[in-house]
Design a protein around this ligand. Structure first.
Ligand code: 3HC
Ligand code: NAI
Length: 698
C-alpha cells in the first residue's frame, strides 16, 4: 500500500500531497503522514511549502469512522499546531470540497487558493457537532461574525468565488489549482513574504455582533428546535470575540467533546452512514451497471407527476410530460410555473435558470413522443386497472430496453409488470409529496425487477438529488406501511383522552416537523377513508383505530382542502385552530364505543407513536422488505419529517435498548385495542438473545 501522504521538492518549493481515497479524510495515517512531511520540509532548503490533495476532492474533514474510538496520536490538534509553528509559509491548493477539519486545516495555513469550481464549508452541525479544530475561532477572524454564524450554524458550503469575497481565500485559480499554487508560491518567494497566521487577526465583539448573536439564538431555537449543537456553536463564536485565541480554542474543545457525547450527534452520525448505505443493494451481481438515462417520460401532470418533472428538468434531463388531455397538461404546467415563480421571487432561482429548466420540459398529449425515452415514470390516478392499461400502452410504444417505473403508493409492482412483456424492466419509484422538495425516493423491487433496472433507478435518483432506499413489495412499501401504525396510535391517543392538539404538540416538541393530526389534515382525511373502503374488515383492523377519522370525513371535514379536519383552518392565515366542533365529534365517538377519557401524558404519546413505528419496522426488517434497519431510518428521516437528530425510529428503539422496547410495548397491551400491540417476533427474539437491530441483514 502506498503512503497516503507524500512530499516532493521542485526547486525552492516543497509539496505535500495527500492521496487517501475516497475523500482524503484526516485519518490517523493522513495525520501522521502530514506531520512526517512537515518535518522533512523543515529540514530541507525549500522556502515555501504547498499542501494539496489528489483524487476527487480536497480533505472532506475528520475521519468520521474514527469517531467514538480511542483517539490515536497524532491528533488533529497536533497536526494544526505543526502547520502553524512550521517555520516556512504554507500555501493550500483546494479542489473539490474543503469541508470540516479540511477547511479548518486550510485556515491554519498561511495562504489559501482554490479552483473555480471548489467549495468550502463547515458542515459539522449536520453531524450534531461543531468545528472542533479551531474553525469557530479562525473563521470569524477572516470573515467577520455574521458570515461565520451563517456558515457554521447551517453547515452550508459556499463557492470559491464567495469564499474569496468573504476573505477565506487569497485567490481563485481559473485553471488547475496545483499550478496556481506553484505560481503563487514562487511569487511569495520573490516577495520574500513570510508566515501569516489567522490566529493573529484581532476580533473584538461589537454591540452589533452581540445583537447578531442574540438574534441567531432566537432564530435557531425556533428553526432547529431541540438541537444542541447550533447553540453550542454560538457559544464558541461568542468566545472567539470575548476571549484570547488560546482560551477560545479550549472553550471550543470542551464544547466539541460535549457534542460528541450527546446522543443527538450519535443519531446524526448514524444517519450519515445510513444515508450512504441505503443506496447499496445487497447481493447485486458484481459488475452490474446502471443503464444510461438522459431522456425521461412522465405520465400524469398532477401533484406528483409535476413535481417529479421539475426534479428531472432542473437536473438537466430532457423530460416529456404526458397527460390524458390538454386541460390536465395545462393545469399541471401552470402549477410548475407558479412554483418556479415563487422560487424566483424568493431569490432561490434566477429567471434564466427557470427558463433553462422549462426548455428541458416537453409537455404533450401525444404518447408517440415517448418512443425514444430511456425511463418512464407513471404518476396517474391510484387505480390498478388504469395503471395496468398505461403500462401496456407504454410497453407497446417505448423501446425494448426502456425502464418503466411507477410512482404508485400502494399498487403491486408485480401486477404492473404482468401487464408488460418486460417485467424485468419494471420497478417502483415512489416519490414523496412535494416531489420537488422531499429528499426520499423508495425504489421498489418487483419479483422480476433486474439488477440493472434497480441500479438504474438508484443512480437516476442520486442524480436528481434524492436519498434512495430499496423496498421490497408489500402494501404501502416501507414508509406508508409503517405510517398506518403511527397514525393509528395518534388516533387512539385521542380516543383515550388526549386532544388532537395535545398529540401534535407532543410530537412536535419531540422534534417531528409536523404532528400526525396536522399531517392528516394536510394530506386529506378522505384519502385514508377511500383507501379503507377497498379493505376487508380484517385488513382494516379494530374499528376504534379509524372510527374518529371516518366520523370527521362523514361530517365533511376532509382536512385543509375543505377548511377543516382535526382542526379548523383560518381562511386568511391558513393557521390551524382547535375547533369545539371536533371536540364534540370526539366525545360522541368515545361515547359510541363506551370509552371514558383519561389523562394521556406527553411521554406516553411519544412512546406509543415511535414504538408503533419501530414495532412494524421490525416486522418489515424480518420479512426482508427492508434490507437493513438503517434503511428504515433513512425512509423516515427523509420522507416523513422524523427528526434527524433522533436518528430514525429503529435507532430510537436500538438506543433505548430492545428489552426496554419490548417491556414498554407489553405495557401498551393494557391500552384499548391490545391486538394492535402484538410484539414483532424479531424484537422478542433480539430481547431474549441480546442482539441488535443493526446486525440484521448484515
Ligand atoms: N470521514 C470518513 N468517511 C467519509 C467522510 C469523512 N469525513 N466523508 C465521506 N466519507 C465516505 C462516505 O462514507 C462514502 O463511503 P462509502 O463509499 O463507503 O459509502 C465515501 O466517503 C464517499 O462519500 P459520498 O458518497 O458522500 O460521496 P460524494 O462524492 O457524494 O460526497 C462529500 C463527497 C461532499 C465529501 C461528502 O462525502 C461529505 O459531505 N462528507 C462529509 C463531510 C463532513 O461532514 N465533514 C466534517 C467531518 S467532522 C469534522 O471534520 C470534525 C472536525 O471539525 C474536527
Ligand atoms: P393527481 O390526481 O394529482 O394527478 C394525476 C394526473 O394523472 C392527473 O393530471 C390526470 O389528468 C393524469 N391522468 C389520469 N389518467 C391518465 C392517463 N390515462 N393518461 C395520462 N394521464 C392521466 O394524483 P397524484 O396525487 O399526483 O398521484 C399520482 C400517483 O402518485 C398515484 O399513484 C399516487 O398514489 C402516487 N403518490 C401520490 C402522493 C401524494 O401525496 N399525492 C405521494 C406519493 C405517491
Amino acid at each position: 500500500m502506498t503512503a497516503p501522504v507524500s512530499y516532493t521538492v521542485t526547486g525552492r518549493i516543497g509539496t505535500i500531497v495527500i492521496d487517501s481515497p475516497p475523500v482524503n479524510a484526516l485519518s490517523h495515517g493522513v495525520r501522521q503522514g502530514i506531520i512526517e512531511c512537515l518535518k522533512v520540509a523543515e529540514a530541507d532548503d525549500t522556502e515555501v511549502v504547498i499542501l494539496r490533495c489528489e483524487g476527487r476532492t480536497f480533505i472532506a474533514g475528520a475521519d468520521i469512522t474514527e469517531f467514538g474510538k480511542p483517539p490515536q496520536a497524532p491528533t488533529l490538534a497536533a497536526v494544526l499546531a505543526a502547520l502553524e509553528s512550521h517555520p516556512k509559509p504554507i500555501v493550500v491548493a483546494i479542489h473539490g470540497t474543503a469541508l470540516g477539519g479540511g477547511l479548518e486545516l486550510a485556515l491554519c495555513c498561511d495562504y489559501r487558493l482554490a479552483g473555480a469550481t471548489a467549495k468550502v464549508g463547515l458542515p459539522e452541525v449536520n453531524l450534531g457537532l461543531l468545528p472542533g479544530a479551531g474553525g469557530t475561532q479562525r473563521l470569524p477572524r477572516l470573515t467577520g461574525l455574521e458570515q461565520a454564524i451563517d456558515m457554521i450554524t447551517t453547515g452550508r458550503s459556499i463557492t470559491a468565488h464567495d469564499a474569496l469575497t468573504a476573505g477565506i481565500l487569497d485567490e481563485v485559480c481559473s485553471g488547475d489549482p496545483a499550478e496556481g499554487a506553484a505560481a503563487f508560491a514562487k511569487a511569495l518567494i520573490d516577495k520574500g513574504a513570510g508566515k501569516r497566521l489567522t490566529r493573529d487577526i484581532p476580533l473584538a465583539i461589537t454591540d452589533d455582533d452581540t445583537a447578531l448573536l442574540s438574534q441567531a439564538r432566537d432564530t435557531i431555537a425556533k428553526r432547529l428546535k431541540g438541537q444542541t449543537a447550533p447553540q453550542r456553536i454560538l457559544d464558541c463564536l461568542e468566545a472567539a470575540g470575548t476571549m484570547t485565541f488560546d482560551e477560545g480554542l479550549v472553550a471550543e474543545r470542551r464544547a466539541f467533546e460535549a457534542c460528541m457525547e450527546d446522543p443527538q450527534s450519535t443519531a446524526l452520525r448514524h444517519l450519515f452512514f445510513a444515508e450512504r448505505m441505503a443506496s447499496k443493494i445487497d447481493g447485486m451481481a458484481v459488475g452490474t451497471e446502471a443503464q444510461p438515462v438522459k431522456h425521461v417520460g412522465i405520465i400524469g401532470a398532477g401533484t406528483m407527476g409535476g413535481g417529479i418533472a421539475m426534479c428531472f428538468a432542473q437536473s438537466g434531463f430532457s423530460v416529456t410530460l404526458v397527460d390524458q388531455d390538454q386541460e390536465g397538461l395545462e393545469r399541471g404546467l401552470g402549477i410548475i410555473k407558479k412554483n418556479y415563480e415563487i422560487s424566483v421571487k424568493r431569490g432561490r432561482l434566477s429567471a434564466e435558470q427557470v427558463e433553462g429548466f422549462l426548455r428541458n420540459l416537453e409537455p404533450t398529449t401525444d404518447w408517440q413522443r415517448l418512443q425514444n425515452v430511456d425511463l418512464v415514470i407513471e404518476a396517474v390516478f391510484e387505480n390498478l386497472e388504469l395503471k395496468q392499461s398505461v403500462f401496456q400502452k407504454l410497453d407497446n410504444i417505448c423501446a425494448a430496453d426502456t425502464i418503466l417505473a411507477s410512482n404508485t403508493s400502494y399498487q403491486s409492482i408485480d401486477a404492473l409488470a404482468a401487464a408488460t412483456n418486460r417485467p424485468d424492466r419494471v420497478v417502483g419509484m415512489h416519490f414523496f409529496s412535494p416531489a420537488n422538495v422531499m429528499r426520499l425516493l423508495e425504489v421498489v423491487r418487483g419479483a422480476a425487477s433486474s439488477d440493472t433496472t434497480l441500479a438504474t433507478a438508484m443512480a437516476v435518483g442520486k442524480k436528481i438529488g434524492k436519498v434512495c432506499a430499496l423496498s421490497g413489495m408489500c402494501y404501502g412499501f416501507i414508509g406508508n406501511r409503517m405510517l398506518r401504525h403511527y397514525g393509528r396510535e395518534a388516533a387512539l391517543c385521542v380516543m383515550e383522552g388526549a386532544s388532537p392538539a395535545q398529540v401534535d404538540h407532543a410530537m412536535e416538541r419531540w422534534g417531528m416537523a409536523m404532528g400526525p393530526m396536522a399531517v392528516g389534515d394536510l394530506a386529506g382525511l378522505d384519502i385514508g377513508y377511500r383507501a379503507r373502503e377497498q379493505l376487508s374488515d380484517e385488513e382494516k383492523g379494530p374499528r376504534i383505530n379509524f372510527l374518529l377519522a371516518d366520523r370527521l370525513v362523514e361530517a365533511g371535514r376532509m382536512g385543509q382542502k375543505s377548511g377543516a379536519g382535526y382542526y379548523r383552518y383560518n381562511p386568511e392565515t391558513r393557521a390551524r385552530e382547535e375547533d369545539p366542533a371536533v371536540a364534540e365529534i370526539i366525545d360522541a365517538t368515545r361515547a359510541e364505543l363506551g370509552i371514558t377519557p383519561r389523562q394521556v401524558s406527553e411521554e406516553e404519546i411519544v412512546d406509543r407513536l415511535t414504538l408503533a413505528l419501530a414495532n412494524e419496522g421490525a416486522r418489515i426488517l424480518e420479512e426482508g422488505i427492508a434490507q437493513r434497519a438503517s434503511d428504515i431510518d433513512v425512509v423516515y428521516c427523509f420522507g416523513y419529517g422524523f427528526p434527524r437528530f433522533r436518528g430514525g425510529p429503529m435507532h430510537v428503539a436500538e438506543s433505548r435498548g430492545i428489552q426496554s422496547v419490548v417491556d414498554t410495548i407489553a405495557r401498551f397491551h393494557g391500552s384499548l385495542a391490545a391486538e394492535n400491540w402484538l410484539i414483532a417476533p424479531l424484537l422478542a427474539r433480539l430481547a431474549a438473545q441480546g442482539g441488535r437491530l443493526a446486525d440484521i441483514g448484515r
